[in-house]
Design a protein around this ligand. Sequence first.
Ligand code: LP5
Ligand code: MN
Length: 248
Amino acid sequence: MTRPLLFASDLHLSDSDPATRAAFAEFLHGPARQAAALYLLGDIFEYWAGDDDDDPFNAGVAAELRALAEAGTAVHLMHGNRDFLLGPAFAAAAGATLLADPTLVEIGGRRLLLSHGDALCTDDAAYQQFRATVRQPAWQAAFLARPLGERRAEIARIRAASEMAKREKALDIMDVNPYAVTTLLAQYPGAHLIHGHTHRPAMHHHEVQHGRRERWVLPDWYGGTGGYLEADQDGLRFVGINQDAAWG
Ligand code: LP5
Ligand code: MN
């Protein structure tokens, strides 16, 4: 029996949702211990202002991830659109590796392409423009050079602007674009896609290069409920946390 790989995203961990924080701790001490590796595919935190943020909440999460890594489960982190400033200091504290988006992994002869998913929402032009700005290394360096308090205030402004903007957007532009999905998968022959971000857990099929590829969309975590995707030599399956996983 090979130990499984587990995939989760969009936990949005913060002080203001203690039930989800507790559910995550239980998950790290339970199913995650049996896994060969845990992949957290972005938006692990509600937002990330920089690795120098000394909030003990963050240190607590890092310590629990490190304990998991030290118990023998490899921990991998990918950036989301809310925590793309997670850096090498946090990764080191968490005993984790930071993955590029996308990253290809393999288990049981299956190729799995991992992504947060926001880059595939190509119809959301305003977001893609914002993303292109804030993902520039020079821009990030300048932002991180500002005092923590200023950064937090700027993030609060952006979050408010984002919430306003989302209210005006049609639901379908905030989902992945099918053409962006097939274009990405065409670069990775035979691979299936796993992503989060949209909070629309499901398994979809896409025709790519005369083959049928799967796209597994991870659930978000909220108010103590959540879920993850498990992959082993027998295949992939959703597992719910404090709820039924009726998505697959
Ligand atoms: O996260 P979610 O799912 O609610 O919404 C996303 C998109 N919004 C975002 C913004 C984040 O939620 C909040 C910011 C996190 C902290 C970032 C760290 C530090 C950055 C420092 C910046 C100074 O990602 C939302 C999508 C939605 O997903 C669905 O895909 O629609 O996108 C928007 O709403 C963006 C708006 O359309 C346009 C941008 C508004 C903000 C403008 C502020 C100007 C700042 C200048 C910097 C270039
Ligand atoms: Mn996201």
